[in-house]
Write a protein that binds this ligand. Structure first.
Ligand SMILES: [Zn+2]
Ligand SMILES: [Zn+2]
Length: 250
């Protein structure tokens, strides 16, 4: 006579389907992994969440009113003095000043395809978008150069754009805007050099953005040269309007 085996594993009832059992085991393993490697805040390293309340409170958010054109915070003017002299090709809003703990967070996303962090940041960008009067029809990440994409294996702007598109229930067009020539790093260049460095560096798939209202997404805004060059490529392809969102602004 075969003896009755004691029940094995984590309380698996007889009626449980195979799929439920697999999910239960996955949850159990997931808890184990989180116990071994607890989620740490990318801003301060404290365990518990990918972005903690303290780091969130320490962000230097830009408060309204913004310059209608470049998104710089200002008091009383509809456009800042620079934009009244020369209107930028697209309006841009950025969530917070690129300093302190936000630097850690942006660098983390540059080198690790962290979907949890991208989701937190896309929530910030969604808030900016909802407070604007923009009506976008498609979300487009600023493309990485091919060599940098090969080095890192992913584009952090695309992670952000994908999460934002899901939040706003808009389509994502990541493959329709491309870098058509390699550019050197913008680091250390003055505004004029930055603008020359990226001029003509982007091109859209013919007809991809015809009559579209394009929401461009990037992690950082420095002089606006890269977003401006992307916007020119979209408009040259027949795009109707272009807007820009970034997480940080230098
Ligand atoms: Zn923190
Ligand atoms: Zn401005």
């Amino acid at each position: 006579m075969v003896g009755v085996l004691p029940e094995q594993g984590p309380q698996l009832g007889p009626r449980r389907s195979k799929r439920e059992t697999i999910h239960a085991i996955q949850r159990w393993l997931g808890t184990g992994i989180e116990l071994l490697f607890p989620i740490q805040c990318v801003g301060c390293g404290n365990p518990g969440s990918i972005w903690c309340r303290e780091c969130d409170a320490a962000l230097e958010r830009f408060s309204e009113p913004f310059c209608n054109a470049c998104g710089r915070a200002l008091g009383g003017w509809s456009a800042c003095p620079a934009c009244r002299r020369r209107k930028p090709i697209l309006p841009v809003r950025s969530y917070a000043r690129y300093s302190g703990r936000l630097v850690q967070a942006v660098l983390h996303l540059k080198y690790r395809p962290d979907r949890k962090l991208a989701s937190v940041m896309s929530d910030w960008l969604a808030g900016l978008y909802r407070r604007s009067e923009w009506q976008a029809s498609v979300v487009v990440p600023v493309p990485l150069s091919r060599s940098r994409f090969q080095q890192r294996g992913f584009n952090q702007a695309e992670l952000l754009a994908r999460a934002l598109a899901a939040r706003l229930d808009l389509p994502l067009a990541a493959a329709q805007l491309n870098r058509v020539r390699e550019t050197r790093s913008q680091v250390g260049l003055d505004p004029r050099e930055r603008s020359l460095n990226v001029r003509g560096a982007f091109a859209a798939e013919p007809g991809a953005f015809a009559e579209q209202a394009v929401l461009l997404v990037d992690d950082l805004y420095t002089t606006g040269a890269t977003l401006g060059a992307c916007a020119r490529a979209v408009l040259a392809d027949g795009g109707g309007r272009v807007f820009g969102l970034t997480v940080g602004r230098a």
